[in-house]
Design a protein around this ligand. Sequence first.
Ligand code: HAM
Length: 427
Amino acid sequence: MGLTRLRGFQDLIGPDARAASIVEERARAVARRYNLSEIRIPMMERIQLYQHSTGETSDIVTKQMYVVRRSDEGAGTDDMVLRPEGTPSVVRAYIEAGLDRRDPYQRYYYLGPMLRYERPQKGRYRQFNQFGVEIFGRADAASDAELMIMIDDLTHELGLQVRFEINSLGCDEPNCRPAFRAALLEFGRAHLKELCEDCHQRLERNPLRILDCKIDGDRIAEAAPKSLDYLCDECRKHFDDVKQFLSRRAVPFVVKPNLVRGLDYYTRTAFEVVSASVGAQSAIAAGGRYDGLVKELGGAAVPGTGFAIGIERTALALQASESKFDAHPRVALVGLGDQGNLAAMSLAHDLRERDLPVELLPTDRKLKAALTIASRMGAAFIVIIGENEIARGVVQLRDLRASTQREVAQGEVAEAIRKAADALPPD
Ligand code: HAM
């Protein structure tokens, strides 16, 4: 038995972990600015939750769920699932707290790992993190648009170039969806020979699924009827309004009539956010409206809309971009001799209080060894303090990028570092 990590699972170390954290930190900050409240959901749910929401014919439910069983139990209806996505849990929690009836208008965000048994490749993992947003009680087009504007804000802040692909799938009942489903069914039956084995099954149960067939979905979707041609007047107006809001805010979008999404709950608006810099797995975020889901899961008839950002994919895009994030220069500090060490410890504390990232270097080495460590850790500055400096109330401040060194008064070190850092181009 090799004690290696499982296929599709990742260790993120150093800069890779940092890139993911930056995306998460920025996403939380944007959520705060949009006045969303946090919701923390369990890692595991009953299997039925996903069957009734994500969809019994979806790839996630049919092929990708990690089903968990206690070691003393056999298979059965009590099966539990490690969450493959967050939306079903958030809807369940909202209903379970009675909010759908008591106080239906709610706006949430969440952050955490999801698990899907997928074929791993760059940007596609079996465990990945999502930052998700779910809004309940808003049926208007402005709330759909605002979600995309929120993602646009975040990607701008991260310095990423993205494109929004949007579509409308129409409403469930009684208007557009039944006619669209019937047209798809007719199309599918007429093209049965061109559909894969799986799609033969899917067609009768949920004809929409043939449009995201992994084998030939793009070609089928190209030829098949389009939901946009079946929209009722209200759905068409809703979609036109979404587009208008996006145009007004200059969000870069294209209408993609083939976009269906692989999850069953969407109604009206569906969208994906695509980045050119992460290779084949280019969707860094996706979402849409789900007006029937709260009711489907046993709650009141409350509309919902939301999205989720893939943290790892966004981090990959970030690492491929030119954006620089560590605005604070890193500082190495070394004390020489016993008194120097004590003084270095106090000075490190002062600098950290002023928000500078400071690393106190080992004191049992020669100065030369300390300099080597400082440059390996990517420090921009090294501060040296020995008995001589203490006696005179100064430190030696060495700028490692400019290769200069000067004496600075102990109380002015932070200021001197900030000034010198501002004068240098970012690394
Ligand atoms: P989704 O399209 O399945 O939607 O996932 C959203 C995002 O999560 C994707 O665009 C992608 O960035 C990331 N993602 C998905 N699968 C993987 C994977 N295997 N590896 C890495 N990243 C991945 C949902 O999950 C819906 N719950 C979104 C939503 C929220 N709709 C309404 N509210």
